[in-house]
Write a protein that binds this ligand. Structure first.
Ligand SMILES: [Zn+2]
Length: 311
């Protein structure tokens, strides 16, 4: 559907009946934002192009908001449909992403093992099937670039947290912010009553991004997995995300006040204190928090390697 002249939302299927929003800027030099998991181009994107009368060969850029399967899995199929390799040699359609996420977008084994942390070969293979074939990332953003698409000026924002190289796009004229998953909202609760931890890879970078986004005068707030929101609903979603993060950090401080001997022990204490799901994600978040707080002098490490609150 067209949200406003020049921006379309393509509603694509994802797993377990969920959906993912893909975005299409039309006009001169059309740009597609995200490609879904493998198969989504055939099921949703290319039929949408047919309805619009847009030949895939006219696409100039595909931007991946971050290195997760539901954002990048259709890249190879889109390049194939446009009849190009994406290596830039023919001055045609390129895949673009943030510099930090680009390596895992171009190499899906790296995405499976390093980003998703999968070790089992069968699961790696299944994961890689959802990502489609490897293709090059021909353009790398650092944040701050302005793209002229049709009559719109789009600012590329580096909004790390969810992943280290997460991007958002801001349409300066329309004040529309496509944040992807830079704002993750509230956690879900599993059947044992434990909460998920939607604080991204690095909770501190995630907080900085949430604060950065509140300063943008957006009127339209566009996420990858929710319907479009007004400014007020977008700000509410950021506030709720910050409150979730506050309660995680409070659980971290309580654990550290008791003293912990390792990141693993702290993850267990934080899980108990805050009622969070144990697992690789929480451990990685706690490791980031410990590293950040140690760097800032909020946490000290004793001679035996245990962590304590400094003040
Ligand atoms: Zn994601």
């Amino acid at each position: 559907m067209e949200l406003y002249p020049g921006l379309h939302r393509i509603d694509a299927p994802f797993e377990q009946g969920r959906q993912v929003n893909l975005w299409l800027f039309t006009g001169r030099r059309p740009v597609l934002v995200d490609t879904g998991v493998a198969g989504v181009p055939r099921e949703a994107i290319l039929p949408y192009f047919v309805d619009l009368g847009l030949p895939p060969q006219d696409l100039k850029l595909v931007i991946n908001l971050h290195a997760h399967a539901d954002h990048i899995g259709g890249n190879a199929e889109i390049l194939r449909a446009a009849g190009v390799t994406g290596d830039g040699s023919d001055d045609s359609l390129l895949i673009a992403a943030h510099n930090t996420d680009a390596p895992a977008i171009a190499d899906h084994r790296l995405l499976a093992t390093e980003v998703a942390g999968i070790v089992d070969e069968e699961r790696i293979a299944a994961f890689m099937r959802r990502c489609g074939d490897d293709v090059p990332v021909g353009r790398r953003f650092r944040g701050g670039e302005i793209l002229e698409i049709g009559t719109s000026e789009i600012k590329v924002l580096h909004t790390p947290g969810h992943t280290a190289g997460s991007l958002s796009l801001y349409d300066l004229g329309r004040r529309a912010l496509i944040h992807g998953e830079s704002v993750m909202g509230v956690g879900t609760t599993d059947d044992r009553g434990f909460r998920s931890t939607p604080f991204g890879l690095d909770p501190q970078r995630y907080r900085q991004t949430l604060q950065q986004l509140t300063e943008i005068e957006f009127e339209l707030f566009l996420s990858s997995h929710c319907p479009p929101m007004s400014r007020d609903d977008g700000l509410e979603s950021i506030a709720v995300s910050l409150a979730e993060l506050d309660s995680y950090e409070a659980a971290c401080r309580t654990a550290l006040a008791e003293g912990v001997s390792s990141a693993q022990e702290m993850a267990e204490a934080v899980s108990q204190e805050g009622g969070y799901q144990q697992g690789r994600r929480l451990l990685s978040q706690v490791e980031h928090t410990l590293r950040n707080w140690t760097r800032e002098g909020l946490v000290t490490q004793t001679a035996s390697g245990a962590y304590r609150l400094a003040r």
